[in-house]
Design a protein around this ligand. Structure first.
Ligand SMILES: Cc1cc2nc3c(=O)[nH]c(=O)nc-3n(C[C@H](O)[C@H](O)[C@H](O)COP(=O)(O)OP(=O)(O)OC[C@H]3O[C@@H](n4cnc5c(N)ncnc54)[C@H](O)[C@@H]3O)c2cc1C
Length: 466
């Protein structure tokens, strides 16, 4: 039987700028942090290029996380992380109103399962207040069970965190990139930055494709941040990838909880979270395991079993629902707990590294912080956005619920032919099968692509040959 490499069916992204172009800014890395920085600089009039080694956005840490838009109630006090989480949260709320981005205000419950944990709630509440998060309240065990009828009856009490909510980890960064492109930004995908030279005026970044020239470089290379930093010369941090394994329960479990169920953290770990996903499932995880490899993200059966037991302990009704998928994400943690963000003014180089476990929330705030650090005025021409963002979450109507979509291609996830074609032909179109999944949900359901892959391949071939 002939083997088809599905990724060959995707168009190669061509650069649409000349080799002589000197950009104001080159952002290295199209994770959620790089995408947000790209948007911020483009909207403020800087000639900006987003340089990414993969053929699409979100190839590193940002491809798999818990989708929580944090409030910062438990962030390190007086830290840059806290400032960026709060500003990023606020910015996201503004942007979601403008662009109709997915958002579900579930609220979170920090649940105490023992008297010892109950005794810790006061301190968590006080920390939250001093972090400037005011909408926090302690409720009794019976009040917890009134809100969450399927939770274990062992709940002793909880803190309600009003602003904790869910967003779409994939659509948000895609929207940031599209806003950047709408404001004149350029994309250089399949360009791995491998070296560079600063001539006093601008950087010449050597990539696996062509040289890119930019007056200032912003290193947002996530799990590879310390390696890209070597191009500048001195490196004062080391990335220590921290793996987080997850299990995902079938869509039949989606309505078992209303809020994000958070544990009382210990000194060592934030603990296991039980939450809805944007795509109609229940997610349980993540673990926190330091490792050497920046790419290996295999799951381990004993860890998954531990997560399953924990899930059954917290939400016993999950025993009646199937686990349909497991995955692991890698956090770009570093040898210090805080963000590694700074500017080197002599070398026109800004580092946005070590954005460990809150980057989805903080990205827009971090982008504003970095724009201020750069302290350069550009000729701002931001226009009202005409972008239409496709909703793929369960938080708002989907394409299959409107007319004219022709047919459903992925039946597990109700993905239409029109959605797949749009995701392929869009200006920031999918560069590979994972990218298509992240724009449409195709192949991520119960059958994991078994039933729809050949139909998807046919659509890809048709689009490519046009
Ligand atoms: C298990 C888990 C759960 C999480 N849950 C949440 C949550 O609920 N809420 C929240 O706010 N945050 C959460 N996070 C944190 C969040 O996902 C990260 O903070 C964020 O993804 C970091 O993004 P980044 O852009 O810094 O890095 P990355 O996503 O790793 O992006 C870096 C990019 O740089 C590219 N790159 C690397 N080297 C080069 C090179 N030489 N040339 C060109 N390109 C290069 C990579 O391909 C990659 O695309 C979670 C993280 C994990 C792992």
């Amino acid at each position: 039987m002939k083997q088809i490499n599905l990724n060959n069916l995707f168009s190669k992204k061509e650069r649409n700028f000349s080799d002589d172009e000197i950009f104001d800014i080159a952002v290295v890395g199209a994770g959620v942090v790089g995408c947000a920085i790209f948007k911020e600089f483009c909207q403020n009039g800087a000639k900006t290029v987003l340089v990414e080694k993969a053929n699409d956005i979100l190839d590193g840490a940002s491809k798999g996380n818990s989708s929580i838009l944090h409030t910062g109630f438990d962030a390190p006090p007086e830290s840059l992380e806290l400032e960026c989480v709060k500003n990023g949260h606020e910015e996201y709320l503004k942007l979601k109103d403008k662009l109709k981005l997915p958002y579900l205000n579930t609220e979170a419950l920090v649940v105490a399962w023992s008297d010892e944990q109950l005794g810790k709630l006061d301190a968590i509440l006080k920390k939250g207040f001093s972090n400037g998060v005011s909408e926090l309240e302690i409720i009794s065990g019976s009040a917890v069970l009134k809100r969450e009828q399927n939770l274990s009856k062992n709940a002793k009490g909880a803190i309600v965190v009003k602003g904790e909510s869910l967003i779409d980890l994939w659509t948000a960064p895609l929207a940031y990139v599209k806003l950047g492109v709408e404001n004149g930004g350029k994309l250089a995908f399949s360009h791995e930055v491998q070296g560079g030279n600063f001539n006093g005026d601008y950087w010449e970044l050597e990539t696996s494709n062509k040289t890119i020239k930019a007056k200032t470089v912003i290193n947002a290379a996530g799990l590879f941040g310390d390696i890209v930093e070597q191009i500048k010369g001195d490196v004062d941090f080391k990335i220590i990838p921290r793996k987080g394994q997850f299990i995902i329960f079938d869509q039949s479990a989606y309505n078992l909880i209303n809020s994000i169920i958070l544990p009382v953290p210990t000194k060592i770990t934030k603990g296991v979270v039980v939450t809805k996903t944007p795509f109609g499932n229940i997610l349980v995880g993540p673990t926190a395991e330091d490792q050497e490899s920046r790419i290996e993200s295999i799951t381990k059966s004993e860890t998954l079993k531990m997560l399953q037991n924990k899930a059954f302990e917290i939400l016993p009704a999950l025993k009646n629902h199937k686990i349909i998928a497991t995955f692991a994400g890698l956090r770009p943690a570093s040898d210090k707990a805080h963000y590694r963000v700074k500017i080197n003014e002599e070398k026109n180089w800004i580092t946005a590294g070590g954005i460990r476990s809150t980057g989805l929330t903080s990205a827009l705030g971090l982008a504003q912080h970095i724009f201020k650090l750069n302290d350069t005025k550009y000729d701002k021409k931001e226009q009202d956005s005409k972008l239409k963002i496709t909703n793929i979450t369960e938080f708002a109507p989907r394409d299959y619920q409107s007319s004219g979509y022709e047919k459903i291609v992925c039946h597990c996830e109700h993905v239409t032919k029109r959605e797949i074609e749009n995701a392929l032909t869009d200006e920031v179109g999918a560069g590979n099968l994972d990218g298509l999944k992240r724009r449409t949900r195709a192949t991520m359901g119960r059958c994991q692509g078994f039933n729809c892959l050949s139909a998807i391949a046919e659509i890809c071939e048709n689009v490519k040959s046009k």
